[in-house]
Design a protein around this ligand. Structure first.
Ligand code: F3S
Length: 759
């Protein structure tokens, strides 16, 4: 491999526009908020308002902020549909700097080089598509083997005080560099890329005050493992977690990133830290002097105002914190290390660890790895080998090459450590595990961030515990869940007891980071190149623009399904095996609403085809209607479309011929996604009217032509056969704004952008 001399302009040259942000902020703070002191999260969000002059008031938890993000980052799985949609905008490049990272599609099996080579073959069509479209639109493309999105972002793009959207839940990792970085669905990323204001309900701020200083065995990971236990998996919903207090001064930038990364485990919008000296050092060490310099000049913008009020405050004294182990099966089951042995005994679990895995986007910093190496070196000197399999996932090529240069791998490999590719691998189930039988009960310990059942190896009987890399490593040497490295001993090669000394390591490499020797990033000059999609592909398909609203009322719409009870985006567009079709709308549409319970027959995914009079699956009936040019509606109860912000749930119904969904209420994000795709979400004025409609009714509208904000739409329900039917009307509300009505009229938000671009 050759040295990569090429540092792209957008990496070395992204210097934040603090003057402009501060100007925006002071307008909002003085004119709208009466000069009240603000938290850092509020400052960054409000400085990114699209059009502050149009705002009268901001009520947290209520007002929708229209924001202008500075950057977008996408991983390879979620980037596919985002790019396919972006293509519809007919823009020649993305409106904000954007990057794609190939990290999710690499399976861990035979080691780094072989696994990357295999992934390049099995996912060739996806990588070719992503690379060629990145080339075309000026997107920075980080190919397979270059690293995991969040580590690469931290090393290259994260900028204090800026706002980034990432199509992955652990995007908040960049909060370790003082950035507001929010995990979103592809549709939101497309907003930022296509210059559409991105909406976020003004979040509350949960302040976490850190005091004291971490003990030798305790690491930043333990701060978040402890906090997740305290807050539970839902405790951060609707909040940004903002850390403050004297305890932050001694934390490394990468340690703060670990803490922010796992804020996703409490459902927080994001997490962040104010600008600290360790952020400055990290920026310098990763060759971003201009950003470091600018941030230190504007450091007062990069912290909360004096007297800022948090909506809630939690205090953690780092001096009293001990290492924690969380799990199995949920990240909020948090046990202090000193009590973990009893916890295992109490549950009657086998006292054995089958594998220890460290690294990933959460914990593969230089500090993490050098502390791990300090423990491994001690064991090596005493002739002690790990009792369980030991895997290391570097977060990026930059960190991997630095570790190699500094002799870390030599030590780790001497004790039998397996270095995996710079990719997600076992963190996302891309782990071809061979050491256990299918469904065999066993325990693994990881320094990753999530531990839901099945997540790592697809085996529901694998108990997966989360801990710091240091604790994972020490316990992997023991091979026992009951081992506490702070108090317990191992037996060395001479039969003598050996106790680990506490780990230590450098926060940053003294020689600076290696550049990463594989060509990591493509920013090619040929912007006219074709985007590569094979016409035979089953995984990728170009999107056709949705048809415009023909300007007349809808008539004779069929009820595809009247859904009973909960209908999440998972019910509307299931995940699992369907994920491989994320870039192929036609194929993935075969899962449309397959989780929906039909109120007519109490069966899941069985509805009456009212054209043929026979029962069939929901996708089959929808397709049959589409083939016969018959449009259809869904009738639903409360909070239709709750759950993850999966844009496919909106795209698929629209693709199969649904112009309207009528529900008792909608989950806000899904409601917006429907609007973006040109579907009109209508809300029963009276909830009881849901009971009036049956699956065999036919529906027409009054009031969709000339739709206005606040103007209700009448649904005319017809029941019965030709000539012998009765009709009645139901009143519905909608939440469409003027702009959104334009999306509807043009067929979708992207059609509107394309329309504007074509002049
Ligand atoms: Fe990848 Fe796991 Fe992080 S899936 S992005 S390493 S959370």
């Amino acid at each position: 491999t050759t040295k990569n001399q090429f540092i792209p302009k957008s990496v070395s040259g992204t210097v934040p526009q603090y003057e402009k942000l501060i100007k925006n902020l002071s307008f909002v703070q003085k004119r709208i908020l009466g000069g009240q002191p603000l938290t850092l999260a509020e400052k960054i969000l409000y400085s990114h308002l699209w059009d502050p002059e149009k705002i009268d008031n901001i009520v947290k938890g209520e007002t929708y902020l229209k924001l202008k993000p500075d950057r977008v980052a996408m991983q390879d799985a979620s980037a596919q549909m985002a790019i396919l949609q972006f293509m519809l905008s007919q823009m020649s490049s993305t409106a904000v700097p954007t990057s794609i990272h190939c990290d999710h599609l690499i399976e861990a099996f035979k080691g780094s080089d072989k696994d990357v080579a295999t992934a390049k073959i099995t996912n060739k069509e996806i990588f070719d598509f992503l690379r060629s479209s990145a080339n075309r639109y000026g997107i920075e493309f980080w190919g397979p083997g270059s690293g995991i999105i969040h580590q690469v972002v931290l090393e290259n793009y994260a900028t204090p005080g800026e706002l980034m959207l990432g199509t992955d839940s652990h995007t908040p990792n960049a909060g370790g560099l003082g950035m507001i970085a929010i995990g979103v669905g592809g549709a939101d990323a497309v907003d930022a890329m296509a210059d559409i204001p991105w909406e976020l309900k003004a979040p509350n701020t949960l302040g976490v005050k850190l005091t004291g200083e971490l003990n030798e065995w305790t690491s930043p990971k333990d701060v978040i493992l402890h906090l997740v236990g305290k807050l539970t998996v839902r405790g951060g919903t609707g909040h940004i977690i903002e850390y403050f207090g004297p305890g932050i001064e001694k934390l490394s930038c990468t340690g703060m990133a670990t803490i922010c990364n796992m804020g996703a485990e409490v459902g927080a919008t994001t997490s962040l830290f104010p600008f600290t000296p360790s952020m400055y050092s990290y920026l310098i060490s990763t060759r971003r002097q201009p950003v470091a310099h600018q941030a230190s000049l504007y450091s007062s913008y990069l912290k909360a105002d004096v007297d800022a009020k948090y909506d809630q405050v939690i205090e953690i004294n780092l001096s009293e914190l001990e290492p924690h182990i969380n799990g199995p099966f949920t990240p909020d089951l948090s046990t202090p290390l000193s009590k973990f042995s009893d916890f295992i005994k109490k549950n009657g679990w086998k006292d054995e660890i089958k594998a220890g895995l460290i690294g990933s986007c959460t914990n593969s910093s230089y500090q993490d790895m050098s502390r791990v190496v300090s423990l491994t070196t001690q064991a090596l000197e005493k002739g002690i080998q790990p009792k369980a399999d030991f895997f290391i996932t570097p977060g990026s090529e930059q960190i991997r090459e630095t570790m190699e240069r500094d002799g870390h791998f030599e030590v780790l490999e001497k004790v039998g450590g397996h270095v995996l590719a710079n990719a997600c691998g076992p963190c996302i189930g891309q782990w071809k595990r061979t050491d256990i039988q299918k469904d065999e009960e066993n325990a693994i310990l990881t320094s990753y961030n999530r531990n839901f059942r099945n997540r790592n190896d697809g085996n529901p009987s694998t108990m997966n515990f989360l801990a710091s890399p240091e604790i994972v490593t020490a316990m992997t040497f023991a091979g026992k869940l009951s081992f506490n490295p702070l108090t317990d001993t191992l037996i060395d090669k001479d039969g003598k007891p050996f106790k680990f000394s506490s780990p230590f390591g450098d926060e940053l490499p003294s020689e600076g980071f290696a550049e990463g020797s594989q060509a990591q990033i493509d920013l090619l000059a040929d912007r006219t190149a074709d985007i590569i999609i094979s016409p035979d592909s089953t995984r990728l398909q170009l999107l056709e623009p949705f048809p415009i609203f023909p300007g007349k009322e809808f008539d004779l719409l069929r009820v595809l399904v009247k859904v009973k009870g909960k209908c999440t985006t998972d019910h509307i567009s299931a995940a699992g095996p369907w994920l491989k079709y994320k870039g192929h709308l036609e194929n993935i549409s075969n899962n449309t609403l397959i989780g929906a319970l039909n109120a007519e027959n109490d069966k899941v995914n069985v509805v009456r085809n009212t054209l043929t009079g026979t029962d069939d699956t929901i996708p089959n009936v929808a397709r049959h209607y589409k083939e016969n040019d018959v449009q259809w509606v869904v009738i639903a109860e409360h909070n239709y479309g709750e759950g993850s912000a999966r844009e496919h749930a909106a795209l698929q119904v629209r693709y199969l011929g649904c112009p309207i969904i009528i529900a008792k209420s909608f989950a806000r994000i899904h409601e917006t996604n429907l609007k973006k795709q040109g579907v009109l979400p209508l809300i029963f004025k009276n909830d009881q009217d849901y009971n009036l409609i049956t699956g065999s009714d036919v529906i027409s509208t009054i009031g969709v032509v000339g739709l206005k904000p606040g103007k209700n739409v009448i649904i005319r329900v017809r029941r019965g056969e030709n000539g012998d039917y009765k009709e009645f009307d139901i009143e519905t509300l909608h939440t469409m704004s003027e702009d959104q009505i334009e999306w509807f009229n043009k067929g979708s938000a992207l059609n509107l952008i394309a329309h504007k671009n074509s002049g």
